[in-house]
Design a protein around this ligand. Structure first.
Ligand code: ZN
Length: 169
């Protein structure tokens, strides 16, 4: 069995250190919405299910820091235009900006903590968990692994999900 709990730095199925596939800009944009139910691609949505708590906590912590910065630093130092309207707008805008920054800053380490799960999700979608390259149509080595031609990470063939390509046999 693959240990899915200990995952400081991810390893492939031959025990070699590997990376965790980066999110595309499009995936990051969808994730920034924080609404897994509307995320269009299955893989991102499945991954979010395991990281949404950490992502939410990071964003909340950022919002708290933003509120403190606004109250303790910005309001005393900067003349806020538009009276109360400007003041209240700042109470929304500044914490939201800090929340987004904190979320983005911690996203990678949150994913790393759940890398065991995320690796399984990538493999179920027949993608290399280390680089995102497609693992379709690759030969199985003697040890039961397929090796990613792009990054050389090796994954057990039996962890790959069913091929989405129509079978011609
Ligand atoms: Zn790869």
């Amino acid at each position: 069995m693959v240990d899915e709990s200990s995952s400081k730095s991810p390893v492939d199925d031959r025990g070699q250190p590997c990376s965790l596939a980066m999110l595309s800009r499009r995936q990051i944009a969808w994730r920034a919405l924080g609404l897994p139910s509307v995320t269009p691609d299955d893989q991102t949505r499945e991954e979010q299910a395991f990281t949404v708590v950490g992502e939410t906590l990071a964003a909340l912590a950022g919002a708290v820091v933003g509120a403190v910065v606004y109250a303790k630093i910005v309001i005393p130092a900067v003349p806020i235009p538009f009276g109360n309207l400007g003041l209240y707008t700042g109470w929304v805008v500044i914490p939201v900006i800090f929340a987004m920054l904190a979320w983005y800053f911690f996203l990678n380490s949150i994913r790393m903590k759940r890398s065991g799960r995320i690796i399984s999700i990538y493999l179920a979608h027949r993608k290399c968990a280390s680089c995102g390259y497609s693992l379709d149509d690759l030969p199985k080595a003697d040890d039961g692994c397929v090796q990613c031609p792009e990054c050389q990470a090796a994954w057990r063939f039996d962890r790959l999900g069913p091929s989405s390509k129509p079978s011609n046999s």
